[in-house]
Write a protein that binds this ligand. Structure first.
Ligand SMILES: C[S@@+](CC[C@H](N)C(=O)[O-])C[C@H]1O[C@@H](n2cnc3c(N)ncnc32)[C@H](O)[C@@H]1O
Length: 380
């Protein structure tokens, strides 16, 4: 049986991002087979995995299913994993990494499960090829994922390797940067498509503005990366991959998108954001300036204004931030009429200080904290 003839892929994302991932996949023409709170399963082939890694903005990993099996303990896990023809999947000269998510009492921890899976693969390769691959935690080579829930295991090849949020452009992080995939999901949640202006005061390292520019240009985010998990698998076809990249490179939006304005009070943030935007190839598209959020130049006509203020997890910061959130409310009220305002925050008490009625509240998670994207219709 050809290991690469499976017809489904599992695509994972951050909690809260599933609706936006689903929409991206639907637009690309894929059929959703099932869905859970951190991803979807779609009808797709191994070849599709390459395109998905290149194009998806909200996905974290694209996983190719190798095997599902009942499993009641570590010995059974070893036997089932070792029964797969790893010599057809991974070259023993590759470096191998195994990542497990354990929701079972059958083993003590994920490290132990990782080790069992690794031993099974390495032992099989030594037996069949006479060579032992090196292994460790580094995810930029061949990556195998194990999900163990109660008495069932799912084994995947991680075609992404490192998270797809690691686009490669953020060489200069500033304070509390958003994950790139979350920034893309927030923009989709606001209905951003490049046709109306985007204003991003408090831009920090520029993630929202840069993701907006990539969306507006219809530029595949994966073009910024030169390493994916699928490149370290035996059937990797470099020629096909290069052709696909070229096809995506040629795809773009006709004409210039609407204005993208990004500001921050801290010059170091703007310097970092500019360097990141240059690395992403979108520096000329974003109008950067250093100023207080309330002095941000606003475009005429309807636009999206999105802020990600700090939300103060440290003691004593909340009172000061409360004043800032009230000022954001005043800024929205006094200067932003006609636009739609968004605040992304993980602190509901601070959100209340804005003092305006929200039209929508969308739940996301940022670094394990439940956050909300709050929408305000700012009528004239
Ligand atoms: C949570 S960070 C934003 C992170 C950003 N979303 C990213 O992905 O990098 C908040 C930013 O607000 C900026 N800031 C704080 N007070 C400000 C003010 N009064 N006006 C403008 N920017 C401000 C900080 O310098 C910081 O860069």
């Amino acid at each position: 049986m050809n290991i690469f003839s499976n017809t489904s892929l599992t695509v994972s994302c951050g909690p809260g991002s599933v609706p936006y991932l689903r929409e991206e996949l639907r637009k690309m023409g894929y059929t959703i087979l099932s869905e859970h709170d951190r991803g979807v399963e779609i009808e797709a082939s191994w070849e599709d995995a390459l395109r998905l890694n290149l194009c998806l903005r909200t996905a974290l990993h694209v996983m190719y299913p190798l095997k599902k099996f009942p499993c009641r303990g570590p010995d059974e896990l070893y036997r089932e994993v070792a029964a797969l023809a790893w010599e057809e999947i991974i070259d023993p000269s590759e470096y191998l990494s195994v990542v497990s998510v354990i929701e079972t009492g059958r083993v003590k921890n994920s490290m132990f499960a990782n080790q069992k899976v690794k031993d099974a693969i390495v032992d099989r390769l030594v037996k069949k090829c006479g060579k032992r691959p090196s292994s460790g935690p580094n995810r930029d080579n061949a990556v195998v994922d194990l999900f163990w829930n109660r008495d069932d295991c799912w084994l995947y090849l991680d075609t992404s390797g490192n998270k797809l949020s690691d686009r490669g452009y953020r060489t200069m992080p500033h304070a509390a940067p958003l994950r790139e995939t979350l920034a893309a999901a927030l923009l989709f949640a606001a209905g951003y498509d490049g046709s109306v202006p985007l204003v991003n005061p408090m831009c920090g390292s520029g993630t929202l503005a840069i993701e907006a520019a990539l969306i507006a240009l219809n530029r595949a985010p994966g073009l910024l990366r030169d390493n994916f998990g699928f490149m370290h698998v035996k059937n990797f076809d470099g020629k096909k991959w290069r052709a696909l990249r070229e096809e995506m490179n040629g795809r773009g939006r006709g004409g210039l998108p609407a204005r993208i304005i990004a500001t921050d009070i801290d010059r170091r943030a703007i310097d970092a954001a500019k360097i990141n935007a240059r690395a992403a190839g979108v520096e000329t598209l974003i109008e950067f300036s250093v100023c207080d959020f309330a002095e941000t130049p606003l475009p005429t006509g309807k636009g999206i204004i999105m802020l990600n203020p700090e939300y103060g997890v440290r003691l004593g910061e909340e009172a000061e931030l409360g004043r800032q959130y009230r000022s954001i409310g005043n800024f929205f009220k006094q200067k932003c009429a006609g636009h739609t305002g968004y605040i992304f925050t993980g602190n509901p008490r601070l959100a209340k200080q804005v003092g305006l009625r929200t039209s929508r509240k969308m739940i996301f998670f940022n670094a394990g904290i439940e956050c909300r994207l709050l929408e305000y219709h700012l009528y004239d």
